[in-house]
Design a protein around this ligand. Structure first.
Ligand SMILES: Nc1ncnc2c1ncn2[C@@H]1O[C@H](COP(=O)(O)OP(=O)(O)OP(=O)(O)O)[C@@H](O)[C@H]1O
Length: 665
């Protein structure tokens, strides 16, 4: 028998059910444990027959089974036996499938067999780490050129699978393996249990929810049938998550109400905060691939690559040294720092992590898509043209977010596309969906609600009409005449008072409307949900958090002084829309208010004396899940930091941050 030569150490992975070092499986000798996944354990082993190291994956679904005496696996409960057997069949099927393919970016299966009440597959032993692990060692989001190498490799592997009528169905950062020297490799087909066209779905696939497209949940055929576009969605979600350093929002949540930050905005934020630039084709391609509706995505990897402008393999891909090509972005020691965006959960709230995520997800990011059965955010207006035009969408989202600088032209096309998607996209199988911008209300309630609501769901002024370009029509002569008359002074006084009151209460009264749709919150610019405890992400995330705080305070200060300098006519007209005020302030030179009609401008150090409700009162109408975030937002407002509830919340947040740091050390 040959000796096992020295090899790289398998790492610090350990598991009570793992095969011990030295255990033999035929000609293979276990050298160590490489990793443990949901369905199996991966070992480093030495092949005494071919005298080489290999990786062996053993089917071992930890939730159903454990190790009995020796090498045999036992199923914990007889009730779990059918599920275990189904999984075993899938595992073998996967091994058989992979053994058919041969591509440098698709894991190769040398051989597989069943024994010990389980099964094994033998693969090449790759040196490197998964994308998930690598991301933890990056200071900033990776550059586009680097990501393109990963994308090309994964797409090449997917093309092989798709040509073989197979879907991967499990693309995620822990299934993309970055070799120390060589092209990235797509690892196991964890959920690839059904060939394309197989309609007999006997087994329940276990999905990684943040990367799985909506059609992987559905049993429906037609538009929601999984296909190559499903893997493309997952790949785009991986890229989105890699750039955000956080997991993207699950498609299930997105399909209820899409609060995921558009990728264009993520890219813009990364450019501002880290100076990392992503090109327009790159951003537009990922954005399109992340469409909820399969029909809005690329249908093949070739379409996807073509839009990105990738027709040939990136140079030197076969010698891709992922660490070296990251340059300064790579750090050998995963940085330790504060956690990512922290959620203030408020008083007495003890939500499970999943619920915390839901809170974070659903309360931080502006609405883009439509919840079936609720008033559509982008209703059709009387001229038959969807109010949710690109321009409207920009007003509500882009202007609200990018108050610091003007919009970037290249992204407008994407925003326009997203606005169109907003008109199109609905949850699976939702009825009454027409062409873009022609959504019909799907319920009587909706039908009655729609006319009185504007595109963001906020009340709109009745009888207001729009020009063909969606802008409000210019006011006519009568209004000007009225303003010119002495009676206008009285109107202005009333308007001014209303303005002040609304400034302090708009967000309180309508958290779904003004505040959430228009006023940037810290997290809107950054990520969509609470980050996993990820030590590597923390340095960058801390930076993001700092900038986010800056953004929040800038937003607050941008909104606060508006009443004092607002044009009188508009003040009376639009007291409840922060965004309109901001927009008007950008476009119109700001005349001083008439001295008799307008309250004197307050110096910055003396805010208007308006009685503020406590955060609790302000959030009285917020739902259980939304309340903590509502309180958090209230506490960000000027003058609220000293409120006892805000002080306590801050203390809890600091404590949570401190504990995270302790755990991560
Ligand atoms: N061929 C291989 N060479 C080197 N390391 C590998 C190989 N295959 C897997 N690994 C390592 O083993 C770990 C576990 O892999 P595995 O595919 O079982 O789990 P997973 O993808 O994390 O989870 P799941 O099976 O639930 O998708 C991987 O994350 C990777 O680090």
């Amino acid at each position: 028998m040959s000796e096992v030569p020295a090899s790289r150490p398998p790492g610090n992975v350990d598991h009570v059910d793992a095969l011990p070092v030295g255990a033999r499986l035929g000609e293979f000798e276990i050298v160590g444990l490489l990793g443990v996944g949901g369905f199996g354990m991966v070992y480093q082993a030495f092949d005494h027959s071919l005298l080489r190291f290999v990786a062996i994956k053993e089917y071992m679904p930890a939730s159903l089974a454990g190790r009995a005496q020796g090498r045999t696996i036992w199923v914990r409960s007889s009730a779990d036996e059918p599920a275990f057997q189904a999984g075993l069949a899938s595992f073998v099927e996967e091994a058989r499938l992979l053994a058919q393919f041969d591509h440098s970016s698709l894991v190769k299966v040398f051989r597989f067999w069943e024994a010990n009440h389980t099964a094994y597959m033998v693969m090449p032993l790759y040196a490197g780490m998964t994308l998930k692990q690598a991301r933890a060692n990056m200071r900033t989001p990776p550059p586009e050129e680097w990501l393109r190498k990963v994308i090309w490799s994964v797409c090449s592997a997917l093309r092989v699978l798709h040509d073989g009528k197979t879907l991967h169905r499990d693309i995620s950062p822990d299934n993309i393996f970055l070799q120390d020297n060589g092209p990235p490799v797509l690892l196991d087909l964890g959920a690839a249990r059904f060939a394309i066209g197989d309609r007999d779905r006997k087994h329940t696939a276990v999905l990684k929810v943040n990367y799985a497209p909506i059609e992987q949940y559905a049993d429906a055929d037609g538009e929601l049938k999984p296909g190559p576009w499903s893997d493309i969605y997952s790949l785009a979600a991986v890229i989105y998550g890699c750039i955000c350093n956080d997991m993207p929002l699950p498609s299930t949540l997105r399909s209820i109400r899409d609060r995921m930050v558009p990728f264009a905005r993520v890219a813009r934020t990364v450019r501002k905060q880290f100076g990392v630039e992503y090109s327009t084709p790159f951003v537009e391609t990922i954005s399109k691939a992340l469409s909820l509706q399969p029909r809005d995505r690329h249908w093949t990897v070739d379409d996807f690559l073509a839009q990105m402008g990738m027709t040939t393999a990136p140079a030197n891909l076969d010698k891709f040294d992922f660490k070296a090509e990251l340059g300064d972005t790579w750090v050998d020691e995963a940085p330790q720092a504060a956690a990512s965006v922290l959620l203030d959960m408020g008083e007495g709230t003890d939500l499970a992590p999943a619920a915390r995520k839901a809170v974070h997800n659903t309360d931080m990011v502006p609405t883009v898509l439509h919840l079936p059965g609720t008033p559509p955010p982008l209703p059709v207006e009387s001229d038959g043209r969807g109010a949710g035009t690109a321009e409207d969408f920009q007003d509500t989202v882009v202007r609200g977010m990018d108050f610091e600088d003007s919009r970037d032209e290249p992204y407008e096309a994407h925003i326009a596309a997203a606005a169109t998607a907003a008109g199109n996209a609905a949850a699976p199988a939702s009825a009454g969906t027409g062409a873009a911008g022609q959504r019909k209300p799907s319920s009587p309630r909706q039908a009655s609600a729609s006319p009185s609501r504007s595109r963001s769901g906020r009340p709109s002024s009745s009888g207001r009409t729009r020009n063909g370009d969606g802008r409000p029509k210019a006011g006519g002569g009568p209004r000007r005449a009225l303003l010119a008359s002495a009676a206008a002074a009285l109107v202005l006084v009333a308007g001014s008072v209303a303005w002040f009151v609304s400034t302090s209460s708009a967000t309180r009264a309508a958290p779904e409307t003004v505040q959430q749709a228009f006023v940037p919150t810290p997290d809107e610019e950054i990520v969509t949900e609470m980050a996993e405890a990820n030590p590597g992400s923390q340095a960058a995330s801390a930076d993001l958090l700092l900038v986010a705080d800056h953004v929040a305070s800038a937003a607050a200060s941008a909104a606060a002084p508006v009443p004092a300098v607002k044009e009188p006519r508009k003040r009376a007209e639009a007291p409840r829309k922060v965004v309109e005020v901001q927009a008007a302030r950008e476009e119109v030179p700001v005349p001083q208010p008439a001295p008799v009609a307008v309250p004197a401008p307050q110096p910055a150090s003396q805010p208007p004396v308006v009685k503020r409700a406590s955060p609790e009162e302000s959030c009285a109408d917020a739902g259980f899940l939304a309340k903590p975030m509502c309180i958090h937002n209230e506490c960000q407002k000027p003058g609220m930091a000293g409120h006892p509830i805000c002080v306590e919340n801050k203390r809890r947040r600091d404590e949570e941050r401190r504990q995270r740091q302790m755990y991560s050390q």
